[in-house]
Design a protein around this ligand. Sequence first.
Ligand code: HEM
Ligand code: HEM
Length: 518
Amino acid sequence: MLPRPGNGPAAFPADGTGDLPPVYGPPPKYVYCRHFTFSGIALPRGRRRGTGSRGDRMTDGERGDSIVKGFALSSVFWLIVGLLVGLWLAAEMIFPALNLTPWLSFGRLRVVHTNGLIFGFAISGIFACSYYILEKLTRSPLAFPGLARVQLWLFNVAIALAALSLFAGMNTSKEYSELEWPLDVVVVVLWVMFAVNVMGTLVKRKEKQMYVSLWFLIACVVTVAVVYILNNLAVPVSWTKSYSIYAGVNDANVQWWFGHNAVASVFTFPILAMFYYFLPKSTGVPIYSHRLSIIAFWSLVFGYLWTGAHHLMLTPLPEWIQTVALAFSIFLIAPSWGSVVNGYYTMGGDWARLKSNYLTKFFLMGITFYGLQTIQGPTQALRTLTGYLHYTEYIPGHVHMGTMGWVTMIICASMYYMFARIGGRGIHSEKLANVHFWLILAGQLLFTVTLWVAGIVQGAMWKATNADGSLAYSFLDSVAAMYPFWSVRLAGGLLYFAGIAVFAYNLYMTARPKTQAA
Ligand code: HEM
Ligand code: HEM
């Protein structure tokens, strides 16, 4: 067992029953952490109200609970839609006859799947958790709750229109930036609404200290805005068609600078914000080191900005840009593992909690997949390995460990925590939450491990040569070799989907109004 120097000031009880996580509390100028105190970093604020006593905490009625619930339920809805499309896609790879109409063709469905899950599920989950965390960590209600309600409705209309436009084949052809320009404008408006609420609440906050989750939230708000707008700059030629202002290698460079920072800003920063808030809250144990979390934050944000070109290794992009991206990709292991180690040390060797507290499993397994993902990513950026693995199934294997393991596990666990607290009646069924956990774990592992092996086989087949130097296999041979792997991927996806269905049911039962639940 690691030494536990105490559970923090009494004003923020270690059982996590206050609004702030147990890591964090008065005295106002200092941040408590398990091993040391140090001067906190504070954002400039408008008016300072209160000094952080628990008496300032909000009552349930004042919180934006209905907004949080609205975004969370939207997120679960789009998760289910996105996964059903993913299953259809996985089946199409085995049974091409399923490309029944142009609207159901692989090319169109793939972008509905990625956009539905990135924008519909992940971003909506991020809005829900961010607003919840923001209110708790600032001890202030949302600055503009009315705006957040408009944002909720506009968001769902925008995602529905986005899905329709992609089904109809309207597509800029830039990965993860496929939406045509009128929808891009709506995305920017939505993001401005979010940013105004986040920054407005921070400025009006009653709590002086800036807990690390708030820094990650600010990074998410700023980086999404910058990379999304710069990558989508385009010249419209009609309501449904536009052309990027960049061309050739510049276009590719900007595209993947956006692409990898989208991974950072959507699949990393806000998910870490949730991890740092909900892990100590659900275990009642202070985060191991607040200082380490802050160091990891700044180095992660700095490092990510330079890595986009690792998607373009061995291409006509200037060699030095590729080398810079590679160097920073390796560098990223350190800040990424800063958070992984912080998570593990927070457990202080008390692994029995994995059994006794259903949420700990999700958070610890989630951060483990994040750790594996951030070793796998840098290694696959190495020139020799990228030359072997690029374009193979190994990459979707990488993607789905991160999305199905890390991102979904943390968002689902955060939603369980929030809904149990908002309803005040706890979770509907811990047993079902455990079933959910094991189903998504098994499904994800089957899915991703199979694709890694498939990618290695595929790469080997493409590179194999006969004694005379000719290729040993045709491209079609390599496609045929994938069928068994794709079948196992579909089976893994179905298992995972079953787990998500259990989650949706459990969350719905937890969210039901009191009278219905009785
Ligand atoms: C240290 C951190 C990471 C590094 C250095 C890294 C590196 C890479 C590299 C080199 C590729 C391109 C592979 C190729 O096309 O040949 C890639 C793809 C990808 N990674 Fe990571 N990765 C990291 C973490 C993550 C995390 C946490 C996620 C979250 C889910 C993630 C999601 C993705 C996605 C979605 C792609 C596919 C992009 C595409 O459509 O081509 N990565 N990563
Ligand atoms: C039932 C679970 C899932 C299934 C069956 C599934 C299926 C698929 C399939 C068949 C592809 C196309 C791969 C290819 O082009 O070779 C794909 C790509 C992708 N999926 Fe999923 N998926 C699932 C879950 C998820 C989740 C939860 C997320 C995100 C939160 C996600 C994000 C993505 C992304 C970003 C890509 C693009 C990968 C790349 O470009 O390399 N998927 N998925």
